[in-house]
Design a protein around this ligand. Sequence first.
Ligand SMILES: Cc1ncc(COP(=O)(O)O)c(C=O)c1O
Length: 463
Amino acid sequence: MTTTETTATGQRDDLPSDVAGWLELDRQYRIPGRYDISQVLVRGEGVRVWDADGKEYIDFESGQVCTSTGHCHPAYTQAIIDQAKTLVQTGSGYTSPARVKLAKKLAEIMPGNLERSYFACTGSEATEVALRLAKLYTGRSEIVSLQRGYHGMTHASLSVTGLGGKFKAIPGSGLLGNVFIPAPYAYRNPFPGAAEGDDMDFFRQGMETINWTSTGKPAAIILEVVMSVGGMIVPSKAYVQAVRKWCDETGALMIIDEAQSGVGRTGKWFAIEHFDVVPDIITTSKSLGGGIPLCGVTTTREIAERAAELGFHQSSSHTDDPFLAAVGLAHVEILENEGLVQNAADEGGYLKNALEGFRDRYDIVGDVRGLGMMLGIEIVTDKASKTASPLHATAISQYCRDNGLLLGHRPTGAVSGNVIRILPPLTLNREESDQALAILEAAIQHAQKSVEITEADGTGWMK
Ligand SMILES: Cc1ncc(COP(=O)(O)O)c(C=O)c1O
């Protein structure tokens, strides 16, 4: 089906009016290679989105983990309109009140003495900037990162990303001098004799790897303290504190990537606060802008000033854009004014409690992890064997999608990981939680009953 649409500038075009039509047109004009796209979303409001057929969904992924204040929050939309009418863009040689106010606000909510910020557009860009800053400041080149960590898809950010397969499917090498250490994945602990939840053997193994494969004095370590894409893995406080101590001893900078976990999502402004540690650099992006492309790199005055003396030069066409900064500031203010960081803690706690109930009731729910509204459930064939089951996970996310709930797991038809991620807007209320949980529980029951695993399915990749 097609309809005639008139654009904002008065041009007319015959365009599709349903999901099938848009998908067909999309295929004509797309370089394939992202996901197996099967959804066409046209509108969002609060925790809900609607597709081109008019079907309604609860969005438990917050767009791509960006829309913390919900889709099209009225004050957020108003801030976009106001700044669009005032000043959208300036050259890199200028500053603006919007930029200054956002940097000041970040300095207020960041832990410790992190007070100097640089702004640009994406999480990948933030990683690039943080790595360059660390290399310049320390005069060193090696970087340590974690297997399963995700830091972006530009050259350096992909080089420090610890996800293989399709993520690394490019000819040629990444950056040299990167050392990967194991993720602190306590649920699947291969070290003999470790107590439940103890992840310190992973730390010791990591130190061993660094010492055998590098100078032992790298420029930095970069990590997420809630490893989202890698399977919603949360290190222990002891692990994160040991990383800080190691940084102090070796002179490596501690970079915490808070693209997803930052700006309220875990029930504190920054996830690192759960660990009583102050890093040297925090990167922010998705949850900073609330949907518009804004990222930040924030560090101490000492590091910023020393790097400047050493010639730090970082710029892109959209560095510090007033439009991005003003909307980002409005996003942070809405979170503050409406108590949404506390809601992430409270309603996230309610969700986690319910998910733990699912774990107790269903054999295919092996583990529940996460902080605030950054939660994951690990799906297995059965609790006793802990065999990872992407097939069950796919059946769950497919069922949820068919029944109006979008999760952080893509039912592509192919197997795509066995951890289902739950990242709703921080505006989520009890009624919306209960509605989503009812769909999810029915999906788990459906998967447990209907999915049959045969040897040919090869689900034991992570046993
Ligand atoms: C922790 C983390 N860092 C960096 C990135 C990259 O951000 P972007 O996709 O905006 O480049 C992501 C994106 O998912 C992320 O989750």
